[in-house]
Design a protein around this ligand. Structure first.
Ligand code: E4P
Length: 224
């Protein structure tokens, strides 16, 4: 399973990249706003900055909601860097734009997916990624992971090439369960990735190894 980081923070992207396990980045307008990135020029430069840190797909979301606007915006985004993946919402115009970009060999990510039917449409249109929002479904008492499982089954039935990009990941167990189900990608906040490292027995074990090493080194030190 690929690991993407779900942020527009260059510092967090660099931190994840330095771990050596990062495969890509997803952003959205809320995440860009959180970093204070506004205005077309700054937004475009920010995407290029992200692409220069990570050697993998970087999802850049369109703001337009009509087909013509999405196509115009998406083409400008795709021209920024080969790693840019145009992120489009699951709407009628979004699906039409995904089909258009598929024909032109431009990578897309269909976002805001909350049902298997929507995921089926994204695959039919030729999206490279489909983004079901696990955490936001959990928030409304619906099993987000069950949706990942359902989409996995449908895509496998027909060998759709669209990759399942599990989004709205909130904690490390979401990541582990997505891997068990067979999601192709999980896009996660840095906190959830870092939480995967933690186990008290690892800390206790390392402390004991180092203490034993120190004790033995003292016992067997050559006499002065
Ligand atoms: C997906 O690409 C979105 O950016 C993201 O995962 C949304 O997550 P949230 O529900 O935590 O905002």
């Amino acid at each position: 399973m690929k690991f993407f980081i779900d942020t527009a923070s260059l510092a967090q992207i660099k931190e994840a990249q330095e771990l050596g396990i990062l495969d890509g980045v997803t952003t959205n307008p809320s995440l860009m706003a959180k970093e204070g990135i506004t205005g077309t020029d700054r937004v475009m430069k920010h995407y290029v900055d992200i692409c220069n840190i990570v050697d993998g797909d970087v999802s850049a979301e369109v703001i337009s909601t009509d087909y013509e606007g999405m196509v115009r915006e998406g083409e400008n985004l795709a021209a920024l860097h080969p790693n840019i993946t145009v992120k489009l919402p699951m709407t009628r115009d979004g699906i039409k734009a995904i089909k258009h970009f598929h024909g032109k060999g431009i990578k897309t990510n269909c976002t805001l997916v909350f049902s298997a039917g929507q995921a089926l449409l994204a695959a039919k249109a030729g999206a490279k990624y489909v983004s079901p929002f696990v955490g936001r479904l959990d928030d409304v008492s619906t099993d987000g992971l069950q949706l990942i499982e359902q989409i996995r089954g449908i895509y496998d039935n027909y060998q759709f090439e669209t990759q399942i990009l599990a989004a709205s990941i909130r904690h490390p167990m979401h990541i582990v369960q997505c891997a068990e189900i067979g999601a192709d990608v999980a896009t996660c906040p840095l906190s959830a990735i870092l939480a995967l490292f933690n186990h008290p027995l690892t800390d206790i074990g390392l402390e004991k190894f180092l203490a034993d090493h120190k004790k033995a080194a003292k016992q067997h030190a050559p006499a002065k």
